[in-house]
Design a protein around this ligand. Structure first.
Ligand code: SF4
Ligand code: SF4
Length: 332
């Protein structure tokens, strides 16, 4: 059954990254994409990050009359959204053409290795090194337990990153959400097929896992978003990456429990084109692809110890680029 979409339900989320602690970039990104009209912004569950995001949103709110909700990313277990990359630069041969540096969307890599604060674990560099020197490590920015984090931050929404096999820990997270009495406007559930971990998982397993989570969440009576991650944190920004996300949506989208359906994990400027116009999801979330197009502008400002909005002409250019990037979703 194909669901009929209502234009007013369509929404767009900016993903800043569950392990992203690049405060200055987050502030600028939030300002740019708030101005361009996103509906939600998803950031790491840490107070300083949330404050940076709020500053960016506030800047744009005044001139652009848009006020996106703030969502924080949490997890019910080990999850690739909560990671960073590292290598020992002393092991690099002096004449390496440095492919790792070229693929990093945040310019986090230089002769000294990977700058932790600029790495958000996108994974692009992991397979780029011919000597396999780059590895990933778990990184969770939030040092508090979930109840204290919710109490301090009071987000508009949370996104729970879960995995097919983690139903018990998912139940515990939901129970904490319930007892915290945080007034959430939405709960998003990010669950994808993590093929690198378990090749035997298929779309039917994912569907079953999502329905199990729906049964648990239903009693909270909070609007739900099912985030289908086609290629969670693959780091691949090639246009064809979107095909996995679209394929997953076409396979199980119409069988999901009540709630909004949002695509993520491999979404980019091509995603809209790959979808059938009579079967669009309720929303879309952009992470690396939204950030990559802004990075040169943001870097310019930061090298001069400023925010991008300290340069009105460049900020206007960034907003125009963001509007163009979001246009197919705004128009459909
Ligand atoms: S490519 Fe991605 S994972 Fe690698 S250093 Fe850059 S941000 Fe981190
Ligand atoms: S590609 Fe590998 S060897 Fe070359 S600079 Fe990067 S980490 Fe070092």
């Amino acid at each position: 059954m194909i669901k009929t979409k209502n234009k007013k339900d369509k929404w767009i989320k900016l993903i800043c990254g569950a392990s992203n602690e690049d405060i200055v970039a987050i502030e600028d990104l939030c300002a740019i994409y708030t101005a361009a009209g996103v509906d939600y912004i998803d950031v790491a569950a840490e107070e300083s990050i949330v404050n940076a995001a709020k500053k960016g949103i506030e800047w744009a709110k005044a001139g652009f009359k848009n006020s996106p909700g703030l969502m924080i990313s949490i997890s019910d277990g080990k999850d690739i959204h909560f990671r960073k990359a590292k290598f020992d630069p002393l092991k690099c041969p002096p004449h390496c053409p440095r492919p790792c540096e070229k693929v990093c969307p945040t310019f986090a890599i230089d002769n000294y290795g990977i700058k932790e604060s600029k790495c958000y674990g996108c994974g692009r560099c992991l397979n780029s090194c011919p000597l396999n020197l780059i590895s990933e490590y778990e990184y969770n920015l939030s040092k508090d337990d979930l109840a204290s984090t919710l109490h301090k931050i009071k987000p508009d929404a949370v996104e729970i990153h879960t995995d097919i096999n983690r139903i018990d820990s998912f139940r515990k997270v939901v129970s904490t959400l319930k007892s915290s009495e945080t007034k959430l406007k939405k709960i998003s559930i990010s669950c994808g097929l993590n093929q690198s971990v378990n090749n035997s998982q298929g779309p039917e397993d994912l569907l079953k896992a999502i329905w199990e989570r729906y049964e648990i969440l239903n009693e909270l009576n909070i609007p739900l978003i099912w985030q289908l991650d086609g290629r969670p944190m693959s780091g691949d920004l090639a246009p064809a990456t979107s095909r996995d996300t679209v394929k997953l949506f076409e396979r199980i989208g119409s069988d999901l429990p009540p709630g909004l359906i949002q695509l993520a994990g491999g979404t980019n400027e091509k995603t809209h084109e790959f979808l059938k116009s009579n079967n669009l999801p309720d929303g879309i979330a952009f992470g690396s692809s939204a950030r990559k197009i802004m990075q040169p502008l943001i870097e310019f400002a930061h090298k001069n110890n400023k925010r991008l909005y300290d340069y009105p002409e460049r900020m206007a250019l960034a907003i125009k680029k963001a509007q163009k990037f979001l246009e197919p979703w705004k128009m459909s």
